[in-house]
Design a protein around this ligand. Structure first.
Ligand SMILES: C[S@@+](CC[C@H](N)C(=O)[O-])C[C@H]1O[C@@H](n2cnc3c(N)ncnc32)[C@H](O)[C@@H]1O
Length: 243
């Protein structure tokens, strides 16, 4: 049996997905409000930047992996128009339900599917754009998920991985203090869930840094990978082209 990490804990590989599921089952109802509070609204700018770099065109086929409450799906749907298609997916039903309700309330109807990024139920070369925002960090076999993203992209297609990353050295102390002292407290007060937000802080530290993830994307088959550091490396956008 192989082990992996769940935050700072070591767990059996077969158990990680269950732990991750219980985190997102728990945070789903307060996910959007917590995102705004924790990032002081910055996640909206990071996502807007991701859409701008993706440069979706009317008619494009887009796959949003780990789409959760649907921020990226919604923005893409507005860009690709009626001739295009955005598939909103996530492994967690509770997160998808929150997203689907929100999109329906805004008058946006998208195909919504429960699916595991490590075994995507789509044919090879299906999508012009594949995105995963703040999802890769939670996956057990990241190499497998990246290979699946590569497989389902059309040649010339773009993968956008938006994820927490390694902050610039001068920010480290303040960022650590905020992550381990303030973040879990906000989680406790707003969502009555300190543990899930402690996991968030820990999982960020365990996630591959900018260069490691760039190499992983290359190993998954992406011929060209660009890295955009955002907010001093708090977040990085990795853009892979299937050449
Ligand atoms: C932090 S949320 C991000 C939601 C949304 N993309 C956003 O940026 O607001 C992470 C999401 O990753 C999903 N996730 C975790 N492991 C996954 C997997 N193996 N396949 C698909 N989704 C997964 C979780 O269920 C959760 O909804």
């Amino acid at each position: 049996m192989a082990n992996t990490h769940f935050g700072f804990k070591t767990v059996d590989e077969n158990e990680k997905a269950r732990h991750v599921r219980s985190v997102f089952d728990s945070v789903a109802p307060k996910y959007d409000v917590m995102n705004d509070l924790m990032s002081a609204g910055l996640h909206r700018l990071w996502k807007r930047y991701t859409i701008a770099v993706a440069n979706p065109q009317p008619g494009h086929q887009v796959l949003d992996i780990a789409g959760g409450t649907g921020d990226l799906s919604l923005a893409f749907a507005r860009k690709v128009g009626a001739a295009g298609r955005v598939v909103h997916t996530d492994i967690n039903e509770a997160m998808l339900r929150e997203g689907r309700t929100r999109l329906l309330d805004l008058g946006v109807v998208l195909p919504t599917m429960v699916c595991d990024a490590e075994k995507l139920p789509f044919a090879d070369n299906s999508f012009d754009i594949v995105t995963v925002a703040f999802g890769l960090r939670n996956m057990t076999h990241k190499e497998l998920a990246l290979a699946e993203m590569h497989r389902t992209l059309k040649p010339g297609g773009k993968l956008l991985v938006l994820e927490f990353s390694r902050v610039a050295k001068p920010l480290e102390k303040a960022y650590d203090w905020y992550s381990f002292n303030i973040l879990p407290k906000i989680g406790k007060w707003v969502a009555n869930d300190e543990e899930s937000y402690r996991y968030l802080a820990e999982s960020i530290r365990m996630h591959p840094d900018q260069e490691t993830l760039r190499q992983m994307m290359k190993a998954a088959g992406f011929g060209h990978v660009d890295v955009h550091n955002l907010t001093g490396g708090v977040v990085a956008l990795h853009v892979g082209i299937k050449c």
